[in-house]
Design a protein around this ligand. Structure first.
Ligand SMILES: [Zn+2]
Length: 112
């Protein structure tokens, strides 16, 4: 699926847009609602419902940490936390171990 579509997200609008993959000369894309910058989140992204405040807060943490939802060779994006509790556990782990947030956030299971 080299020419498939991928997802872009506007966090303030809680909106996601499926668009074609960016080309090499691509400038930043903007949100059709608010004209803010869209974040390229990747083709394996599934948008939460707009009213799901917790899911959007989790997503905001992930995106600000640099986590994206690109398809891996095995299909899906891999583990992504879905609740703020799961996010908090991984942030605590990152702080305790010095591991970068982006890596700790996508750990399915935390070592004890
Ligand atoms: Zn917007």
């Amino acid at each position: 699926m080299a020419h498939g579509r991928t997802s872009y997200v506007c966090l303030p609008c809680r909106a996601s847009y499926k668009q074609f993959h960016p080309g090499y000369h691509e400038r930043g894309r903007v949100c059709p609602r608010c004209a803010g910058a869209l974040i390229h989140v990747g083709s394996a992204f599934a948008a939460p419902r707009r009213r799901d405040t917790e899911a959007w807060r989790v997503l905001s943490v992930l995106l600000h940490a640099g986590v994206r939802f690109h398809k891996s060779y095995c299909g899906g994006p891999g583990y992504r936390p879905r609740s703020l509790r799961e996010v908090r556990e991984r942030m605590d782990y990152a702080r305790a171990t010095g591991e970068p947030f982006a890596r700790a956030l996508v750990r399915g299971a935390l070592p004890r």
